[in-house]
Design a protein around this ligand. Structure first.
Ligand code: UD1
Length: 339
């Protein structure tokens, strides 16, 4: 399939590009480099041994998207492009609504004009807010706690409404739990700008000596070791989930939302200890207060992904940490700013 990847040089987009090429698809990547670097493209070339079809385009730029559609044709789109930091979204709600919601609406308008209506959306477990029941199923109550979460949920509704208005649209919203790890080559991985907001990139930077210690947010949760529990999955498993979702769209039209996780919860301390096993060194950490808005425990019911997509996330926590560490130790300061 000829597949357009928006946000194609980002963390999940770049790993998905690799898996698509390996599965025999032809991806075209677009990105505005707001949270990624052009050097990713060289790395993708090295990993796949092929040229990468890339255009520097912002998904809000309708004219640029039109021009792209005039020179390329697509069977499907995977839409990753959107900002994703909770704390920033509270400070800059318009930026989040414009990019996420505005970008998705603009993209869909252009796609519709060009008869491209197979669409995979990059959603998040954030749409479940503070889950009241575990594991979280696709039918669990939706509740969003911040502008980032609201934009994800609004985009899901936008896409569902689009399908209702015109059943030629085939859409699947993939609700990611906590993607971590890196490509096994160590050539691409998560490369946050500034202080990492998420756990694994922070641990990696402590391990490589860029930061002194990890602040563990809360050790008084009602969990076995007192630290919060999440469902971490390897980004390569997640990328393979997108390949499975494309295959699914080709055979099962409609609108659907599907959880992508492992179905297993792990605590912050379990992740710290797994990372220590991977590096062979200690991850200095200290306990501080809970982070506002954090749930005690979140993990996925993944039976729908298994049933509908024939997909499971099988890579182990040790693989997640070993691959994250390989990427971080080969690229201690992330990728170079220029290619
Ligand atoms: C966070 C966002 C979520 C978003 C996801 C992906 C919040 C409340 N949730 O999810 O909306 O979809 O990132 O970008 O921000 N932790 C520490 N120390 C740290 C960092 C994290 O102890 O320095 C803990 C957190 O309290 C949490 C766990 O590690 O218990 C995972 O945190 P994180 O990686 O930020 O993911 P989520 O909070 O699940």
């Amino acid at each position: 399939m000829r597949v357009l990847l928006t946000g194609g040089t980002g963390f999940i987009g770049s790993h998905t590009a690799v898996e698509l090429i390996e599965a025999g698809h032809q991806p075209t990547l677009i990105d505005n480099f707001s949270n990624s670097k052009p050097a990713v493209l060289d790395r993708l070339r090295d990993i796949t041994g092929t040229d990468i079809d890339f255009f520097e385009i912002d998904v809000r730029d309708e004219q640029a998207l039109e021009e792209l559609m005039n020179v390329r044709s697509f069977d499907a789109v995977i839409h990753f492009a959107a900002p994703k930091a909770v704390e920033e979204s509270v400070r800059r709600p318009l930026h989040y609504y414009q990019n996420s919601v505005g970008g998705t609406a603009t993209l869909c308008e252009v796609l519709d004009r060009h008869d491209v209506r197979n669409f995979v959306y990059s959603s998040s477990a954030t749409v479940y807010g503070m889950p009241e029941e575990l594991p979280v199923t696709e039918d669990s109550p939706l509740s969003v706690l911040n502008p980032y979460g609201r934009t994800k949920l609004v985009c899901e509704y936008l896409l569902e409404d689009l399908h209702t208005s015109d059943s030629r649209w085939n859409i699947v919203s993939l609700r990611y739990f906590n993607p971590v790890g890196a490509h096994i080559s160590g050539l691409i991985g998560e490369d946050p700008q500034g202080t990492p907001a998420n756990l694994l990139p922070f641990i990696s930077q402590v391990a490589v000596g860029r930061r002194e210690f990890l602040d563990v947010f809360g050790n008084d949760y009602p969990t076995p070791d007192g630290t919060a529990i999440r469902d971490y999955l390897h980004v390569t498993d997640l990328a393979e989930g997108h390949v499975a979702a494309l295959d699914h769209l080709a055979t099962s039209p409609g609108y659907d939302a599907i959880n992508l996780g492992t179905g297993r919860g792990r605590s912050v301390l379990e992740m710290v200890h797994a990372f220590e096993r991977s590096t062979g060194g200690e991850i200095p950490h200290r306990f501080v207060g809970r982070r506002p808005g954090d749930a005690a425990e979140v993990w996925a019911d993944v039976s729908k992904a298994e049933r509908v997509l024939g997909w499971t996330a099988d890579r182990t926590v040790d693989e997640m940490c070993t691959d994250a560490w390989r990427w971080q130790s080969m690229n201690p300061d992330g990728l170079p700013a220029t290619a």
